[in-house]
Design a binder for this molecule. Structure first.
Ligand code: DAH
Length: 341
C-alpha cells in the first residue's frame, strides 16, 4: 500500500511538470505502459498475502483509474493549448486590405463592341439585343434563305430538338427589328453566333457579329459607303478608305464585300493586310425587297442597307490577336497580354 502512495506522489510531481503532448505521452507510458509503474504494481498482486489481495487489487485499480483520468484531462488541455498556439502563429489574412491581384477587365470583344456602339449611337442608331436561340424562320426564311437553299450549307449550325437553331448570324434579328420599329429605322444589333465549323486560327464555332440596318426613303449605296467609312475611321482612329466588291448574300441585292484600307499601314502593305493594303471587313448590301416585305415594310416606299460586321475579327485586329480561339479560350493571361499591347 505504501508503494502505491509513493507511485501517486511521484506521478503528481511529474504530472505538474508536463508541458507538451510528447511529455504527456511519455508520462502515460511510464505509468500505464506495458512495464509502467502501475502495470508493474498490478503484477505484484501475486506476491501479496491472500487476505490482503482484495484490498490491494482495489487500491491498484483505483490508482490506475485516477492516473488514467488525469492523463486524459491533461491531454485534452495540452491539445487545446497547442491548437490555440497554432492559431496565434498562423499568418493573419486581413480581408479589408485591397487585393494585390489585378482587377478583372472587360473582354476585348466587349471593349470593341462598346467602341462601335458609341460611333453608331452618335449617328442616331438604336442598339438592340438578340437571342442566341432563334427560330429557323428568323435565321433563314425571313432573310430569304428558303428551305433547301444551298446558302444554308455554308451556315450549318446546331439544331435543337424543338426545331430551333443556335443563330448562325446576327441577320436573324432583322425581321424582329423591322416588325418592332417599322420604317424609318436605324439600328445595330450585336450578338453571339454559332456555326458548325472546323476550328482553326480563323474559324470558331462561337463568334460575334454586329449587324446594322438603315431603312428610309431614298436610301442608296452612297449612304452605306458614307456610314461605313465614318464608322470605321472612328473605330480605328484614323481616316480609312472603303471599297466595294460584289458579294452574294440572299438577303441583299446588290450584295457586297466591303474592304477597308488597312488602318495599320495606311494602305502601303503590312502583315495585317497581307501586303495588299486592304482588309476584307464587312459584307453588306441593299436590303432585298422580299426581306423588307417579310418585315412588314413596303419596298416600293422604303429602301435600306444592311451589314454584318465581324465583331470577333474587329476585336482581333484592335487587340492584335492572331488566333480567334484565344477570344473564347478563357485564358486570362493571354487575354491580359492582348490588353496591354
Ligand atoms: N449574315 C451574313 C453572314 O453572316 C453577313 C451579312 C452579309 C450581313 C450581308 C448583312 C449583309 O447584313 O447585308 O455571313
Amino acid at each position: 500500500m505504501e508503494i502505491l502512495d509513493n507511485i501517486l506522489k511521484e506521478f503528481d510531481i511529474e504530472y505538474l511538470q508536463c508541458k507538451t503532448m510528447e511529455e504527456c505521452n511519455a508520462l502515460r507510458v511510464k505509468y500505464l505502459g506495458k512495464s509502467g509503474k502501475v502495470t508493474e504494481a498490478l503484477k505484484e498482486i501475486k506476491n501479496v498475502p491472500n487476505d490482503e489481495k482484495k484490498a490491494y487489487g482495489e487500491s491498484v485499480n483505483k490508482l490506475k483509474v485516477l492516473i488514467e483520468g488525469r492523463i486524459s484531462d491533461l491531454n485534452v488541455k495540452l491539445e487545446e493549448e497547442a491548437y490555440q498556439k497554432e492559431l496565434e502563429d498562423m499568418e493573419r489574412v486581413d480581408l479589408t486590405v485591397p487585393a494585390k491581384e489585378s482587377r478583372g477587365s472587360l473582354h476585348p470583344i466587349t471593349i470593341t463592341q462598346h467602341k462601335i456602339e458609341e460611333v453608331f449611337k452618335s449617328m442616331g442608331f438604336i442598339i438592340e439585343d438578340g437571342n442566341e436561340i432563334e427560330t429557323e424562320y428568323n435565321n433563314f426564311e425571313a432573310v430569304n434563305i428558303p428551305k433547301n437553299h444551298p446558302a444554308r450549307d455554308m451556315q450549318d449550325t446546331f439544331y435543337l430538338a424543338n426545331g430551333q437553331v443556335l443563330k448562325t448570324h446576327t441577320s436573324a434579328r432583322q425581321n424582329y427589328i423591322m416588325r418592332k420599329y417599322g420604317a424609318p429605322l436605324k439600328a445595330i444589333f450585336p450578338g453571339r453566333c454559332f456555326r458548325n465549323e472546323e476550328l482553326d486560327a480563323s474559324h470558331e464555332n462561337t463568334f460575334f457579329q454586329l449587324e446594322g440596318m438603315m431603312i428610309d426613303k431614298d436610301i442608296s449605296i452612297s449612304n452605306l459607303i458614307y456610314f461605313m467609312k465614318t464608322m470605321l475611321s472612328s473605330v480605328f482612329g484614323r481616316e480609312v478608305k472603303v471599297r466595294l466588291r460584289p458579294g452574294f448574300f440572299p438577303f441583299v441585292e446588290p450584295g457586297f464585300e466591303l474592304d477597308c484600307s488597312c488602318p495599320y499601314c495606311g494602305g502601303s502593305g503590312c502583315g495585317v493586310c497581307k501586303r495588299s493594303g486592304w482588309i476584307e471587313l464587312c459584307p453588306c448590301g441593299m436590303i432585298h425587297p422580299k426581306v423588307l416585305e417579310m418585315g412588314g415594310i413596303d419596298p416600293n416606299e422604303y429602301q435600306g442597307f444592311a451589314f454584318g460586321l465581324g465583331l470577333s475579327r474587329m476585336a482581333m485586329m484592335n487587340f492584335e490577336i492572331n488566333d480567334i480561339r484565344v477570344l473564347n479560350g478563357g485564358k486570362l493571361k493571354t487575354l491580359k497580354s492582348a490588353h496591354t499591347k
